[in-house]
Design a protein around this ligand. Structure first.
Ligand SMILES: [Zn+2]
Ligand SMILES: [Zn+2]
Length: 205
């Protein structure tokens, strides 16, 4: 079956998911992608953008293709394989060639299973009706604050276990601050301030 030319399904995402034995149902994959996109996935991989979702799905596909033949599949090898395939590296690295061999695929054939971020964007927006303009995402301000607290707690846990200077006499308080940079002028501003005034900076861009 040629993935890129098949006609069944809502789009290439559907066709790939149906063609790869070992991937869950389209419904389950959709739920996973949607949760990752909106930032509510239990892995807490927060609000991945469309490009990262596409990458994630592609690596999942490759891992499943390679893994379906049995044996361990290591994520770093999949990362390398993905890079080799997407940078059109010819010939692929020996490690990647080994993985492809295991899956019984040529590099060219494996590339047919990869979806573009444009496809994923359309799929999220039109086929599973995720609001890709991000209205469904957790409010950025709240989510940023939650993540800051979470990060502070995690750092405090390690710091209070002892530093290079030895264990602290009293619990050390950790504060995390986040700054956002304006892509136009490069000004970096504290996120609290950005959310409070509703703009990144005062430049004209
Ligand atoms: Zn679709
Ligand atoms: Zn600016």
């Amino acid at each position: 079956m040629k993935i890129s030319n098949a006609t069944a399904g809502c789009c290439k995402v559907d066709r790939v998911v149906s063609a790869v034995e070992g991937l869950p149902s389209l419904e389950a994959v959709n739920r996973d992608l949607q949760q990752r996109f909106t930032g509510v996935h239990p892995d807490r991989d927060d609000g991945m953008g469309v490009r990262r979702i596409a990458e994630y799905l592609n690596k999942w596909t490759l891992k499943t293709l390679v893994g379906s033949t049995g044996g361990d599949v290591h994520q770093p090898d999949i990362e390398t394989l993905y890079t080799d395939l997407t940078t059109q590296r010819e010939p692929v690295s020996p490690e990647s060639a080994g993985l492809l061999n295991r899956a019984g695929l040529s590099a060219e054939r494996a590339r047919e299973y990869l979806v573009s971020h444009t496809t994923v964007h359309k799929h999220l927006r039109d086929h599973i009706e995720v609001d890709t303009r991000s209205a469904n995402r957790a409010a950025p301000r709240e989510r940023t604050n939650e993540l800051k607290d979470e990060m502070a707690q995690k750092i405090a846990y390690h710091i209070n276990g002892g530093t290079d200077l030895g264990p602290p006499d009293e619990e050390i308080e950790v504060n995390v601050s986040v700054s956002l940079e304006c892509p136009a002028c490069g000004t970096s501003t504290n996120a609290d301030r950005v959310f409070a005034r509703g703009s990144l900076c005062d430049c004209e861009e």
